[in-house]
Write a protein that binds this ligand. Sequence first.
Ligand SMILES: NC(=O)c1ccc[n+]([C@@H]2O[C@H](COP(=O)([O-])OP(=O)(O)OC[C@H]3O[C@@H](n4cnc5c(N)ncnc54)[C@H](O)[C@@H]3O)[C@@H](O)[C@H]2O)c1
Length: 338
Amino acid sequence: MASQAAKPKVLCIGHINFAEKEWQSLKDVAELVVVQSNNRKKFLAEAKSGAFDGAVAAFRSFTSASITGHFDSEILSALPSTFHFLCQNGAGYDPIDVSACTEAEVRVCNVPKIADDATGDTAMFLMLGALRLFNPMLVSLREGDFKGSSPKLGNDPRGKKLGILGMGGIGRNIASKSKAFGMEIQYYNRKPLSEELSGGATYVSFDELLATSDILSLNLPLNKNTRHIISTAEFEKMKPGIVVINTSRGPVMDEAALVVALDEGKVRSAGMDVFEEEPKIHPGLVSNRVVILLPHVGTQTLETQKAMEVFTIENVRRAVVEGRLEGLVPEQAGKGWD
Ligand SMILES: NC(=O)c1ccc[n+]([C@@H]2O[C@H](COP(=O)([O-])OP(=O)(O)OC[C@H]3O[C@@H](n4cnc5c(N)ncnc54)[C@H](O)[C@@H]3O)[C@@H](O)[C@H]2O)c1
């Protein structure tokens, strides 16, 4: 009994859907506390009640923004001084204020690599669907008009230039899959990749990427530097008839500007898994049959979802047992925290 009382607490913010056994196994090293609140006000009150006292780490589910809102300095200051590890179950971590975490000496990890394949597959589906103009056909078939009244022909991927904006794990996954479709790959990143990592893709400037790509795939994280990185001025620089794919985060692209570019024919079609104000979607996208839309399901496979939860829970264990995390976010690199 005495050793049980001495265990640190770990918090579960949000739901664990596929790795409950792994979560329960943390009982060996920690006292498990599942956050009960369902909104920010209640979360702050729950923290104030002392329910989280002694907590050192948290599992944060992708959807838990509905519980805490932005994970910012107000949330951090409500947590006990023992709290030092935030384990985000997602490749993206834009709902977390990493600067505020760094200031509060809270280490943050996300889930790198595990989401690459499923998100890359989603991008390929959207890319082929948008290139081949499959969506109007899918819709008209279900409306009882087998091939649609005036089906337009789409394009082959073979021989097309794919421009990847953000050549990280997912960008590189898309690049390697696209090569099998006979595409030529170019990319823009904050810095060029090594020969080995680039896999034969050509590094070009941001403007050249816009001007010469037949298809543009957005694979950047969302942060203050990337918000609306694609807007009216960038659409103007693009090759007429470009196809745009977004599986990163909605706000990296100005959705209203995309709607204008589609309506003007500058952008021929688009494939989107993410939107600026999810679950709201710009009506100009919903009404445009050429655009192929998915409801942010890039990582939604049984295998990937389970592997992401397991990785995140293992990180909670690492935090408790070893005082470190795997996959510290790049903003916290070089602090001697990894
Ligand atoms: N649709 C989905 O369900 C889904 C799933 C997983 C990830 N995502 C999103 O995809 C994003 C990318 O994921 P990842 O795992 O490939 O991340 P990553 O960190 O491996 O790669 C991001 C790349 O973008 C580059 N980059 C960052 N800022 C840049 C800038 N201003 N200009 C040019 N390049 C820049 C980085 O150098 C890096 O190479 C995530 O941040 C996440 O938001 C979405």
